[in-house]
Design a protein around this ligand. Structure first.
Ligand SMILES: C[S@@+](CC[C@H](N)C(=O)[O-])C[C@H]1O[C@@H](n2cnc3c(N)ncnc32)[C@H](O)[C@@H]1O
Length: 352
């Protein structure tokens, strides 16, 4: 049985929302290296690509942005499926004693040119859908701040749905702990500002909406989520794999399609009068102003039928130190804090 409900998208695809830039010149490709500061391997390979016209051609064959992230994720995805190539020996996550990064250029070139067709296909059909469960260290206090106790959870832009099983993770905010103590996903954050104020939560149902939902029950989907993590980011990878295992056993529904359409249908299917919570995290940067307003209108209209709380964690101002954490229980979005995009720290503001 297919686990994902698919909805017509009226011609909309993730590529339409994530329209990529025109072909990159060597200098433009080189300049992207600043984003790979925390990955010595990708930083080096980015320079290798920028200096090689054939590799640059493969890079420019990738339709979905950001191209470099897609290229490196695509290569890692293929290596995760089959490590039988010299290139695998340079990945920290694929062996215990990786070879020096500076020697990786030749094997990388050989691998990419021999698999260029598959890489272009990945670059056309997959998307950078990182899903970071540690964001739940901010989403859970926001849930408490809404005052909602029993609710249907709707994750708007869910990727692999790893936020949907938030109550199966073990949390620590300073001295405060919450969640099953024996959970394999242990989430801690540096607390700034006000302390968290926990109360019990009861999730009645869990639905994830995405243009292209990633189903953790499908091996290729799991591998793609893993391939999006950079080789040196061991802690993120461990957390992701543990969260995938937990999400695997949580009853959730994934609905494919434009979430502005599917949200209305999902609301319609909920039992009359029961509360709902809609979460959007790290998706609205892919929405124009009018679509953001449309989301607010859909939620407001649903409030005529049931209590709906909204939680928003979005980093729309890249000059800001972190992502704005907001709640809306019917009187508009209220900023309740600021969070590091991967949940490394959380600052909660004092509230009346
Ligand atoms: C960066 S991921 C964030 C995933 C998750 N919310 C998190 O915080 O880890 C953004 C997700 O939004 C999805 N997305 C973008 N536009 C969408 C739309 N119009 N409808 C549904 N999903 C969309 C993408 O496919 C992607 O999986």
């Amino acid at each position: 049985m297919e686990r994902i409900r698919r909805r017509a998208c009226h011609g909309l695809s993730p590529g339409d929302l994530l329209t990529g830039p025109p072909p990159l010149s060597p200098d433009q490709a080189r300049a992207y290296g600043v984003y790979f500061e925390t990955s010595p391997l990708y930083h080096h390979l980015n320079e290798v690509v920028a200096s090689d016209s054939e590799l640059l051609e493969v890079l420019n064959s990738i339709e979905n942005p950001p191209r470099q992230n897609m290229l490196f994720a695509g290569v890692q995805f293929l290596l995760l499926k089959d490590q039988n190539h010299d290139l695998a020996a340079f990945y920290e996550n694929l062996g215990s004693d990786p070879l020096p990064v500076r020697e990786s250029g030749g094997p990388f070139r050989d691998f990419v040119l021999s698999r260029r067709g598959e890489i272009a296909e990945i670059g056309r059909t997959k998307y950078t859908q990182t899903n970071e469960p540690r964001r739940c260290v901010a989403l859970v206090p926001a849930l408490w701040a809404t005052g909602t106790q029993e609710f249907h959870l709707i994750d708007f832009g869910t990727s692999g749905g790893l936020n949907l099983g938030f109550d199966r993770y073990a949390y620590r905010w300073g001295e405060t702990t919450w969640g099953p103590k024996d959970s394999r996903v242990r989430l801690t954050t540096e607390m700034r500002g006000e302390p968290v104020t926990p109360h019990e939560l009861m999730v009645l149902s869990r639905v994830g909406l995405d243009l292209n939902p990633i189903d953790v029950h499908v091996e290729d989907d799991r591998l793609w989520l893993e391939a999006l993590i950079w080789p040196e980011h061991h802690e993120r990878r461990e957390r992701l794999l543990a969260a995938i295992d937990i999400t695997w056993s949580v009853p959730t529904e994934l609905v494919a399609g434009d979430a502005l359409q599917t949200l209305v249908e999902v609301f319609d299917a909920l039992p009359e009068g029961e509360s709902a919570v809609v979460i959007n995290s790290f998706i609205l940067n892919q929405f124009g102003r009018e679509d953001r307003r449309r989301l607010s209108r859909i939620v407001d209209e649903e409030r005529l039928r049931r209590p709906v709380a909204r939680i928003s964690m979005e980093w729309l101002d890249k000059e800001a130190a972190g992502a704005d954490l907001c709640i809306d229980v019917g009187s508009g979005l209220e900023r309740i804090g600021l969070a590091q995009p991967h949940g490394e720290w959380l600052e909660l503001y004092a509230r009346p």
